[in-house]
Design a protein. Structure first.
Length: 88
């Protein structure tokens, strides 16, 4: 495995972990001024440039009337396919 492939493998894994952390923090009510708010804001800042355009393209299925955001799932699948192609 070449150096570029190794870097891409590490970067794609890091991106998956950041995305997972952003999804998990979105499940909780975050109190303003707390450390968790700072972490959640930083995670959103990193993930929103990728997720926001997808939200405009992808349909949002509904579960009990509430829309489900599938954009993180699409990005996770894309990153998984990338890692598979790279042989990570």
């Amino acid at each position: 495995m070449g150096a570029l492939t190794s870097i891409l493998c590490i970067a794609s894994l890091a991106a998956m972990l950041v995305l997972l952390a952003a999804v998990v923090t979105s499940w909780f009510a975050v109190q303003p001024g707390t450390a968790l708010e700072s972490v959640a804001r930083a995670l959103r800042g990193v993930t929103e440039p990728v997720l926001a355009p997808l939200r405009g393209i992808l349909p949002q299925p509904r579960l009990g009337g509430a829309p489900i955001d599938v954009s993180p799932v699409v990005v996770m699948v894309a990153l998984s396919v990338l890692r598979l192609l790279l042989g990570c």
